[in-house]
Design a protein around this ligand. Structure first.
Ligand SMILES: Cc1cc2nc3c(=O)[nH]c(=O)nc-3n(C[C@H](O)[C@H](O)[C@H](O)COP(=O)(O)OP(=O)(O)OC[C@H]3O[C@@H](n4cnc5c(N)ncnc54)[C@H](O)[C@@H]3O)c2cc1C
Length: 620
């Protein structure tokens, strides 16, 4: 390759100088990011708008929304890495883990993460209220049915020394029932004309017939709506009696659950308004845009008599929950990969261990995790022997080179990052879109009002943002004790899904994302305060006094898309869909992350990492 004069002046010569500089000197000259991680850098304790902050997505939005192109800087003062990983979520961290295990412990690995914290959706929140330290989770919540994990995913958890049986002791399953606390439904006065808080028959361990009757009669609905609700809830009739199973499936896949109820169960608008958002935290859209087929899978009212076999659900309680949710998986991986980053060795001592953020990106360690760093260009060199990853840190461009690259970010951004990607593959990666959510963690000074109301979790069908609010899971482990008494502080978890009713699910996700990013912290706070006061004021709750802190974990790109919606091709699922073509290996670049598996779970993220690393190491 000929070297032009300009290259020589700005590239090779400077590169030579840079290589002889210490990392600190290189940072001072702007050749390496200086990180600015001071001794007080501790993101889990930050409150307000967290998750995807404006700073975290600035470079990615410049690339994807504004069309800005980031050429690679001419020189890279760092020596090459064996692997560069884009994305420091569970998938990216697992990719580093698998690569090191297969390629050797001396492997030089750089993980680039655009957020100010690692873990991606697996995010830890911390609060100190009235002298009590509390841990919450900001996204990925629980290891769901870990007995069904693949050998690679369960092997990884074992290697991290997770003793999953321990949760049978740590998760106090009787905590709320022994205090007479259950799920409720809150009807707000502005929407329903009258305030009511009633038992929720759609969740929890089920209610007696009398309790269902009492709850429905207490709902602020007309008598006709109440009667319709009771009929629907009780029905075991086959509402599609004259159709074959194949005809039923075709119909259910192509009609929304609410339209199904209206057309085949004569359901009233009043009842539909109550049911509308019951599954928002799972689907990210209301039942007007989710299919009756999905409702059938979850045995929603009106689907029980349709004649399909009940879904084979593996009997495993939903208890595999750390106080910081699946942030513990991310933290355990970081502890394994980076000496000195997180003390301890067991899953129990992980809970209270404080991460040392200054250790994450140290030249002393073969694995480095660089926060606040957004990859913006990923390209093979001319010989195809290395891949240059240009990234932006604090507004400046830098270059890292790897013999292998794993993109553990998310599918939609990849076509912008990789100009080399074939068009058909780029289209396949664009097919899906992630589901936006805000997971709120609210610290309250006491939960007396919850205890007095008799409800531990509330679904709110009315005009409020956070349709679901619940007291945190009662997990005590590793020296961390769940709030034992209602006069002690605790954490509320709250779910907000920004929807755009009337559109199909994928269009809603895109519109909802834009809507969410336009909202200020004050928009959220006002809604939260009004919601909590309206719901719990009769039990003495006063948000001014009792609400101590709000952390809004904003995930503009949340759950991986799993082909949920109305009228989708029936053959699309985790094992068959556009994501398979989308994740094709491109030479020294492989694609991980839960999108690439169309599976929005920890094990999807880990399985993707294993596949991507295996592809790369098989190729060399
Ligand atoms: C609110 C919420 C609750 C959930 N609850 C559960 C649960 O209970 N159980 C469960 O199993 N799963 C749950 N999930 C699913 C969750 O997505 C997975 O568990 C898992 O955390 C996904 O890991 P990942 O690494 O694939 O993706 P992510 O966690 O999204 O990590 C990818 C990382 O790459 C970063 N990135 C993207 N582009 C770039 C770039 N250009 N440069 C640098 N970095 C980049 C992203 O910002 C992100 O931090 C939940 C998800 C959400 C949003």
């Amino acid at each position: 390759m000929s070297i032009t004069r300009r290259d020589f002046v700005s590239g090779v010569a400077m590169g030579g100088t840079a290589l002889s500089l210490s990392p600190l000197e290189a940072a001072a000259k702007g050749l390496l990011p200086s990180h600015a991680l001071g001794p007080d850098y501790y993101p889990p304790a930050l409150t307000g708008i967290r998750g995807s902050t404006d700073a975290a997505f600035a470079a990615a939005h410049a690339l994807a929304r504004e069309g800005k192109r980031f050429a690679a800087p001419k020189q890279s003062p760092e020596s090459d890495y064996d692997l560069v990983v884009v994305g420091g979520g569970i998938s990216g961290l697992s990719a580093a883990y698998f690569f090191r295990r297969q390629h050797g412990p001396e492997s030089r690995i750089l993980i680039l993460e655009n957020h100010d914290d690692f873990g991606g959706h697996a995010r830890r929140n911390e609060f100190t209220v009235d002298g009590r330290a509390m841990i919450g989770y900001g996204g990925s919540q629980t290891l769901d049915t870990p007995s069904a994990y693949s050998p690679e995913a369960s092997g990884l958890l074992k290697a991290l020394r997770f003793n999953l049986d321990g949760f049978y002791e740590y998760f106090d399953r009787d905590f709320f029932s022994s205090r007479g606390m259950k799920p409720g439904i809150y009807f707000d006065e502005p929407t329903f004309g009258r305030r009511a808080l009633v038992d929720n028959m759609l969740e929890g361990d089920g209610l007696s017939e009398e309790a269902v009757l009492a709850a429905v009669r207490a709902m602020p609905l007309s008598e006709a709506d109440q009667n319709a609700f009771l009929t629907l809830f009780a029905t075991e009739d086959d509402l599609l009696a004259r159709q074959s199973l194949a005809e039923k499936e075709a119909l259910l896949r192509n009609i929304s659950y609410l339209d199904f109820l209206k057309q085949y169960a004569d359901m009233t608008d009043g009842v539909c308004a109550v049911l509308q958002d019951t599954f928002l935290p799972m689907l990210g859209v209301g039942w007007e845009a989710a299919s009756a087929w999905e409702a059938l899978e979850y045995e929603f009212p009106g689907t029980r008599g349709l004649g399909f076999e009940a879904k084979q659900v593996r009997e495993e309680p939903y208890i595999h929950h750390f106080p910081d949710g699946n942030a513990s998986v991310a933290r355990a991986l970081v502890r394994e990969l980076i000496p000195g980053a997180i003390p301890g060795s067991t899953m129990e001592d992980l809970v209270l261990a404080k991460a040392n953020y200054l250790a994450l990106d140290s030249e002393k360690n073969p694995v480095r995790l660089r926060l606040n760093s957004t990859a913006v260009n990923v390209t093979h060199d001319e010989r195809g022997e290395r891949v240059g990853v240009t990234y932006v840190n604090n507004g400046n461009r830098y270059l890292a080179r790897g013999r292998h690259v794993v993109l553990a970010c998310y599918n939609n951004i990849i076509p912008y990052l990789c100009p080399e990607i074939p068009r058909a593959q780029a289209d396949a990666l664009r097919y899906a879109t992630k589901i936006p959510f805000v997971l709120g963690s609210f610290a309250i000074r006491n939960w007396q009002a919850f205890a007095d109301s008799g409800y531990r979790m509330m679904y709110s069908p009315g005009d409020v943002m956070f349709k679901r609010l619940s007291l945190d899971f009662p997990v005590s482990m590793g020296g961390y004790e769940y709030s034992q008494s209602p006069d002690q502080p605790t954490v509320i978890t709250a779910w907000y899904s920004p929807t755009a009713r009337g559109l199909d699910s994928r269009t809603q996700y895109r519109a909802g994302r834009a809507k969410m990013l336009d909202m200020s912290y004050m928009d959220f706070e006002q809604d939260i305060v009004g919601h909590l006061n309206g719901m719990l004021d009769p039990y003495g709750f006063d948000a001014e006094r009792d609400l101590a802190a709000i952390t809004l974990n904003r995930w503009a790109h949340g759950y991986a898309y799993e082909f949920e919606g109305v009228g989708l091709p029936a053959q699309y699922n985790r094992f068959n869909g556009p994501h398979i073509a989308g994740r094709a290996q491109m030479g020294r670049i492989s694609i991980a992350n839960s999108d690439s598996e169309a599976y929005a779970y920890v094990d999807g993220a880990i399985d993707a990492a294993y596949r991507a690393v295996s592809e790369q190491l098989a190729a060399t």
